[in-house]
Design a protein around this ligand. Sequence first.
Ligand code: CMC
Length: 438
Amino acid sequence: MSKAATANAPQSYTLVDNTTGKKIELPVLDGTQGPQVLDIRKLYNDTGAFTFDPGFTSTASCESAITYIDGDQGILQHRGYNIEDLAVQSDFMEVSYLLLNGELPSVEQKKTFVNAITRHTMVHEQIQFLFRGFRRDAHPMAVLCGVVGALSAFYHDSLDIQDPQQRMISAHRLIAKIPTIAAMAYKYSIGQPFVYPKNDLKYAENFLHMCFAVPCEEYAVNPVTARALDRIFILHADHEQNASTSTVRLAGSSGANPFACIAAGIASLWGPAHGGANEAVIKMLQEIGDKKRIPEFIKRAKDKNDGFRLMGFGHRVYKNYDPRATVMRQTCHEVLNELGIKDEPLLDMAMELERIALEDDYFVERKLYPNVDFYSGIILRAMGFPTALFTVLFALARTVCWFAQWKEMIEDPNQRIGRPRQLYVGAKPRAYTPLHKR
Ligand code: CMC
């Protein structure tokens, strides 16, 4: 392939068939930031060939105006705003509005949005019976997948995806109800009664109350914990076309309703290579058990014959420190300090692990840095959340992004059903042999 752009013309690439000499122009698309994108939409028509990119390492699957990541520089921006600014100066409701609507809200717009979300925090009373069908020892992510998928069975009146008003109602319902469902999954797993939402509390406060209050005594939300949790929600809110978001978009491209699509996103998030990593980090640190054993685990992580990976390390896009991890590490210190936790062996071990890994050639050469999941579990543990709930909290925060990305796709006039092709490597045509002759 040779680059064939002229000074004033839009850039394009020329693909040359080395056998026939036939040339095909591939136009180049420019975004507002980031690498150029080769437009290969006509490639199959022009050449009869597909492209091959398992894992989508070189493929832009859509146009999006929501989030921008520069993985080499360690930059993450939502609608143009740096994540560090949003995490420190904004709050989760404001970031949710920004992701959904494209602009930061005015005072009045924020009030209206928060009111709309607050009005939808309760779930249909029948949903508690749905919970009772699950085993008490079920993983809360399994429960979350099931209950969120079931929401389309409860809220039929907002399922017309072509109606902007119904789309908005579904967005408000999902953002408002996901903390209620997540807290119910937790309460169910420990055999405590469900706690109804309290609408005089803010979003993160309400979630903490639903998780940790019991009917027999007063529960006062700790403002430090609430603020830190709100920040954790912001840090997890969106991350462009990752596995779970792409799952939501692909599911939605067939016209499926947003509740069903987001249940699919939750299923994808659960894997340890994605949102399940926060739970896996704590399990890994507990397994290491002592700083003295870190070199042994680093050695295992580098051994290609050992399936072990350093959880909370590495990222498909970031080849630099994940900016969310920087804020998360800082928040971790602040929270432990303010909660009066002087000695947290897991934090000491995490910092030592990070130090050793970042000096090791294997990690340096591959540009493997801590990601968002490396420190989040330590904070969540200090707040009192059990490990099994960590990925549920990730899903809670990511719901707004899934909705914003789904909505962007539905509103795109060029939207078509997602239908990847394949490189077929199976059997060639062959004659069927009847069973009695095999
Ligand atoms: N520990 C040890 N080696 C690693 C790690 C790790 N955590 N991550 C990547 N590598 C190595 C990998 O073996 C490969 O080496 P080589 O080139 O010699 O074959 C090289 O680095 C590139 O890795 P890759 O698997 O091709 O990279 P990827 O972009 O396909 O995978 C990843 C990205 C996040 C799945 C991977 O880094 C990983 O498994 N990390 C641990 C799980 C984790 O923390 N996931 C959370 C990601 S951030 C939050 C989220 O997305 O939800």
